[in-house]
Design a protein around this ligand. Structure first.
Ligand SMILES: C[S@@+](CC[C@H](N)C(=O)[O-])C[C@H]1O[C@@H](n2cnc3c(N)ncnc32)[C@H](O)[C@@H]1O
Length: 278
């Protein structure tokens, strides 16, 4: 099976809409009157969830006239948040067929179908013309992609000259030991393609992205996990959260992720780069 099929199988393991609707019901939400914020615990499948999305959006300085693309949008959480908060139009693509199906349904439930357009596609072959987007956004996707050069080159291709690229990603840390698995993005090394940050930065430069901010989020992430663990110890697991997207071994995946971050086997950073103006 090729990597893209393995990724689709890893994330799209079935029954995701059912898991989300029963989680929302258990959390006391009215499915007929859902808000974008009600979905935040489940549709921000990245480190520090909605907190991280808010920080990245601050760097992005999004305007209502901006056309935004979320590459590897997952369930479309960031796309809905950006469309609602900044009144802009957002496209999202993701490889995982089930995520796109569920994402379209969640978008319909919060009445954002006119401004958020999700479709199944590969980040390595974006179904858009050159120079189409003011902003390209990606959170926690490239760690599943071996061909980083093609990934970033596609992003540059679809960005308008002067456009902004926002990223929030997991990288390989400096520790010599390999990261431990299962991790949230991979059961084992077969679909895990972590680059060290220096290497990623050199690819940015090679494909023509000017880096403006590159910010380590390791300390905040460890703090976030410490606080989350304390809350779960006191109150039990929440009825709705990204653990519902990680299958039966969700707690092992999260523990391994925290261990990898603590031991510098992985890192997490976010930032902003620009495609130079023509
Ligand atoms: C950890 S999830 C993050 C989803 C979303 N960005 C978020 O933050 O909620 C990783 C996502 O990357 C997507 N992905 C991995 N490889 C991809 C590829 N080659 N093209 C498009 N999406 C990909 C997966 O399908 C999955 O939805």
């Amino acid at each position: 099976m090729n990597t893209e099929n393995l990724v689709n199988q890893h994330y799209g393991f079935g029954q995701i809409m059912q898991r989300i609707t029963s989680g929302l019901t258990n959390a006391g939400k009215d499915l007929e009157n859902l808000s974008v914020d009600d979905l935040a615990p489940i549709d921000a499948f990245h480190t520090r969830g909605r907190h991280a999305t808010l920080e990245l959006a601050e760097l992005a300085n999004i305007q209502p006239t901006d056309l935004v693309l979320d590459v590897g949008c997952g369930l479309g959480g960031a796309a809905r948040h950006l469309a609602e908060t900044y009144n802009c139009n957002v496209n999202g693509i993701d490889l995982t067929h089930e995520y796109i199906q569920v994402g379209i349904e969640l978008t319909r439930l919060v009445n954002l179908g006119d401004r958020v357009h999700l479709q199944q596609a590969s980040a390595l072959d974006l179904p858009f013309d050159d120079d189409s987007f003011d902003v390209v956004w990606t959170e926690h996707v490239q760690m599943n992609i071996a061909d980083k050069h093609n990934f970033y080159a596609e992003i540059v291709r679809v960005l308008k000259p002067g456009g902004r690229f926002l990223f929030h990603d997991i990288f390989r840390g400096t520790a010599p030991d390999e990261p431990v698995y299962p991790a949230p993005w991979a059961e084992d090394q077969s679909i895990s393609h972590l680059a060290i940050e220096d290497h990623a930065q050199s690819i940015f430069q090679f494909v023509g992205l000017d880096i403006h901010h590159w910010i380590s989020k390791v300390d905040q992430s460890l703090e976030f996990f410490k606080n989350t663990a304390a809350r779960i110890a006191a109150e039990g697991p929440p009825p709705i959260g990204i653990h519902l997207l990680m299958g039966d071994n969700a707690s092992a995946k999260i523990q391994n992720y925290v261990q990898n971050l603590s031991n510098a086997r992985t890192t997490v950073s976010m930032g902003l780069a620009h495609k130079p103006s023509a």
